[in-house]
Design a protein around this ligand. Structure first.
Ligand SMILES: [Zn+2]
Length: 459
């Protein structure tokens, strides 16, 4: 048995033990709603779901309103009472305690003077559709650096918003069945990763990152932009990680109809398998992948960044001071990297990770491997894509040969392709050796040198 695996099991158990006995962070959930908005014109707007509208909120959108100041108050209304109690129940799980623990540790790092109580307080807005102009569903709404927001006189950096999505209702996410299948946990872990990111970034970094966003949509399979892929890739990578490392989490029974939200869990597998390095072959089938993404598209691909984050947190070596080597960086090491390097997009995130004194170089080499050196090697992309095409052609031929096993034309083609594949593989090993040598010995070798050229169109 692999020693690393044994060690990993040991550390996971140890983490559980420590979390359960010493550091278990139970969230202090505070349900809030908006009491006041100040817009640039100086006006006051009553918000749907806010004080003026009693228990029957409507989801009217306030478009074109540029928000400058927000004031939140306790949401003591009885509407969504059942939803509030379900959300509270979800947060009580052992798994969510671990997620909340990450929020607490991050806030202590970001705001050293924060009290324990404030560090574990999560402000939740339920069904206030006002912000949700694009109907994305559950979200972390970051106000840091952009909108001055307060709750009881204290500044609020973000709130967790539990809204209906255009494609499913929030009640469905927290249905009894979904809670049992641990589906909200996955969504909340994703959203709270956004909160963690916002907590360690400075307001100026958040503003700069927002300016670089031009995509209005995002999904694990989409190519968006380098800023969106930074925020979303991180959260989707964390999902894939915790779905694997926490025993029993997100393994909803196969007999269960996954429903709208359960389908989110399906995206963890392709993230783990590095499938998002390929363009989707066919719009209707997310699991059917074709050619390799260009280096430019890779760095704007949430799914691919998610794969790298997943590998970083579960596979890449990290040495402890006692000489033991962990498989996977501690989560807080990633958080510290973000805090210290202040990335606003994927290029800066990767550079921050690669520059880390502990494990950075190994992490860079792993990035090279999983991206087929395409951000570094001169002809790596064309070369890898040619190999990928041969691979796809061989797959197609194999299925044809299953139907017509004795067809001489098919057999001849198969043989020729195999020989070509072998030749390319030999050349590839040679090239790879050279690039690794350069990256290991030449300090000025820039692993993202092509990304530099691509930076403008990406942002
Ligand atoms: Zn997200």
């Amino acid at each position: 048995m692999n020693l690393r695996i044994i060690f990993r099991v040991a550390t996971v158990l140890q983490c559980f033990f420590m979390i359960n006995t010493v550091f278990a962070a139970e969230a202090n959930l505070v349900f809030v709603r908006l009491s006041r908005i100040v817009n640039p014109a100086g006006g006051f707007a009553g918000m749907p779901g806010g004080g003026n509208l009693g228990d029957d909120p409507t989801c009217k959108l306030l478009s074109g309103l540029s928000l400058k100041k927000l004031k939140f108050e306790n949401d003591e209304s009885h509407h969504r009472k059942k939803l509030k109690s379900r959300v509270t129940e979800v947060f009580r799980s052992e798994f969510m305690s671990e997620v909340v623990d990450r929020v607490v540790e991050t806030r202590k790092l970001a705001y050293p003077k924060i009290t324990d109580q404030d560090a574990r307080t999560i402000h939740v807005v339920i069904n206030d559709c006002t912000f949700d102009a694009i109907k994305t569903g559950p979200a972390v709404f970051t106000m840091k650096g952009t909108i001055k927001s307060t709750f009881k006189g204290k500044p609020l950096n973000w709130v967790l918003m539990l809204n209906d999505a255009g494609w499913a209702q929030i009640d469905e996410l927290f249905s009894k069945k979904n809670v049992k299948g641990r589906i909200p946990d996955d969504v909340l872990a994703h959203e709270l990763t956004h909160a963690i990111t916002a907590d360690v970034l400075l307001p100026a970094t958040i503003v700069s990152s927002n300016k670089q966003k031009h995509s209005t949509r995002h999904d694990v399979g989409l190519i968006s932009d380098a800023s969106m892929a930074f925020w979303e890739g991180l959260a989707e990578g964390v999902e894939a990680t915790i779905g694997e490392t926490l025993d029993g989490a997100f393994s909803y029974p196969y007999s269960m109809d996954p429903g709208n939200y359960g389908l989110l869990l399906e995206r963890q597998r392709p993230v783990r398998n590095n499938a998002f390095i390929y363009y989707p072959n066919n719009r209707d089938n997310q699991n059917n992948f074709g050619e390799l993404k260009s280096p430019r598209d890779l760095l704007a691909s949430e799914g691919f960044i998610a794969t790298y984050i997943y590998r970083l947190l579960t596979k890449l070596p990290y040495s402890l001071s006692n000489g033991a080597v962990l498989s996977g960086w501690p989560f807080m090491e990633l958080v510290a990297t973000i805090k210290e390097t202040q990335p606003s997009n994927t290029i800066e995130l990767l550079r921050g990770i690669f520059s880390r004194e502990k494990g950075g170089h190994e992490a860079m080499l792993d990035f090279m491997e999983i991206s087929y050196f395409s951000t570094y090697g001169e002809d790596a992309y064309e070369f890898s894509n040619e190999m990928r095409n041969i691979d796809l052609e061989l797959q197609e031929l194999t299925s044809k040969l299953r139907v017509k096993p004795d067809n001489p034309i098919l057999m001849e083609r198969y043989k020729n392709l195999l020989a070509r594949q072998q030749g390319l593989e030999n050349q590839w090993s040679e090239k790879k050796r050279g690039w690794i040598e350069e990256l290991n010995t030449d300090e000025s070798a820039d692993p993202l040198r092509f990304a530099k050229k691509l930076a403008r169109p990406l942002q």
